[in-house]
Design a binder for this molecule. Sequence first.
Ligand code: SF4
Ligand code: SF4
Length: 331
Amino acid sequence: MAQKPKVAITWLGACGGCDMAVVDLDAGLLDVADKLDIVLWPVALDYKYQDVQALSDCSLALAIISGCVRNDEHLEIARLLRQKAGLVLALGACACFGGTPGLANFVGRQEILDFVYRDAPTVENPEGTIPQEKSLVNGHELTLPAFHEKVRAIKQVIDVDYFLPGCPPPPHLISQAINAVLAGDLPPKGSALAPRRALCDVCPRNRKKPARLEIHQIRQIHTIETDPDYCFLEEGILCMGPATRSGCGETCIRNNMPCRGCFGPVAGVEDAGTKHLSALASILRTEQYFDLAQLVETIPDPAGLFYRFTQPVSILGKAALKMHPLDKERP
Ligand code: SF4
Ligand code: SF4
């Protein structure tokens, strides 16, 4: 009997949602498990990293990696899987773009440690203890992975073959991606295994969108009752649909929430945030030029809104990473 293709599935800096999306394949999971030899999947199976280290190079058909790279363990596992796998698939927004953990790149490592362990109002830590890479407890040395200065997307530390964005990616796209790998039916290297069109093109609220759309007032979704037939932008609610890749099933929109861009930018766009910004700038309208500045001031947390999932791979994010090369990140 022919050997089944070996596959590793793992998470780095992640919440586990992408792994849960794999579990959500339901009956499809049994189908996938039947076709594959899964050699690593920490969320579901008790394999060890040593099992992967013992494999010969490129002996895995596929490594599916979710999560961002935030510490030395993430970096080590990403590099190990790259060495052992013929193909690497970055699964989910954190793996593809850095994701919401990438918002931490607006500050540095020390500020994060200080706030989380000393300064947060709920912290009780009179001795100001901060986790160390090495510490002695009862004569035993304990180690922790080094915490990096900045969050990185996987492609910023290893070569990635394919990308499947989303927070999390929907199970049907995961299943399609695995089947495409098994069948050898793949687009050019570097492609996203998701539709190329923008979310607005498939949005149910797009039907009545006027050709000329204007925003005179920015509103928050929780402050008004929206009409499910109208585009959020028409009601002054900021929605990232114009520049976001489709494929999610319009999950948020169908649940009366504007898109926040977890599928990343449409094909060919390098910086999702500037694209969102330029789409919005073209439809903001006020009577007086000076009123425009006031209107812009009403956008809550603009950096978090426009770069919610993509800060590390943005133009500014990449410039910041250049100032913190990985090899110099150890304190
Ligand atoms: S902006 Fe949002 S609500 Fe409007 S059509 Fe696009 S995705 Fe739909
Ligand atoms: S609507 Fe936008 S934020 Fe929501 S799941 Fe789809 S791409 Fe992600």
